[in-house]
Design a protein around this ligand. Structure first.
Ligand SMILES: *Cc1c(COP(=O)(O)O)cnc(C)c1O
Length: 235
């Protein structure tokens, strides 16, 4: 087994353990491989190991990688965009991604909705929330998250899957947990809001290599993992 395949099984075991602690089934938690800066052969290795969700951070990198991956791997996977997205990159990104996890402002949501109409397809989205309150992080503020998510859920051509966040960068597990728990409360409020397009928007994309166990305990349904799968990024 190559190192990526080994890390993939170790990661699955880790998610299973994190689920067991809180009595959840590991089938409730999807693993998205965050592939930024990885060469195609390492990404193919993770697909061969069983991954079926890839997340890209940069439009350019995604446009270079995705065709090469399709050349070297006959299987299928679902491509998500998880990085900061400029409105002028929307069309490029939608050539490859079925889901945009980083919807953090109206202008972007409107562009995506218009593009979906033009392309005659539905674009899946997550609303990104800045639950940690760190200034360097993107995402809508938690106080605005419900209103914004409801607006996005009602937009033509978009299907809101849920909420996404990047955990607080803190050595204090309690602080990290508090952010994830706030996300879980927002998610519950969204799903029970009764507003159009929200009833099925219960997914929670949260948890990365360092904090996924805490995120799973708080209700994450999708962890986005780079380092724990591929090793430290060199670039
Ligand atoms: C890089 C990245 C991840 C994965 O981070 P790791 O700490 O390497 O697991 C997850 N989500 C987003 C948005 C990222 O940019």
């Amino acid at each position: 087994m190559n190192d990526v395949a080994q890390r993939w099984s170790a990661l699955q075991e880790r998610v299973t353990r994190a689920c067991a602690v809180v009595g959840r089934s590991p089938t409730e938690v999807a693993i998205l491989a965050a592939v930024k800066t990885q060469p195609p052969e390492r990404i193919v290795a993770v697909l061969e190991a069983g991954a079926h969700l890839l997340g890209h951070n940069r439009a350019q990198e995604m446009a270079e990688l995705e065709p090469r991956l399709h050349e070297s791997w006959p299987g299928t996977w679902e491509t998500h965009f998880i990085g900061a997205l400029q409105t002028n990159k929307v069309n490029q990104v939608l050539r490859y991604a079925s889901c945009i996890q980083s919807v953090d402002r109206s202008a972007l949501a409107e562009r995506l909705s218009a593009a979906a109409g033009r392309l005659g397809r539905t674009v899946e989205v997550f609303v990104e929330v800045n639950a940690s309150g760190e200034e360097t992080k993107s995402g809508v503020q938690p106080e605005q998250a419900l209103e914004f998510a409801v607006a996005v859920a009602g937009m033509e051509g978009l299907r809101l899957r849920g909420l996404m966040t990047i955990g607080k960068n803190s050595p204090d597990a309690g602080e990290v947990r508090a952010g994830f728990e706030e996300m879980a409360r927002l998610s519950a409020a969204l799903v029970s809001s009764g507003m159009p397009g929200t009833a099925d928007a219960g997914e929670l994309s949260m948890g990365m290599s360092t904090d996924l166990d805490i995120a799973v305990a708080a209700g994450s349904t999708m962890v986005r993992v780079g380092t724990a799968l591929f090793g430290p990024r060199t670039r």
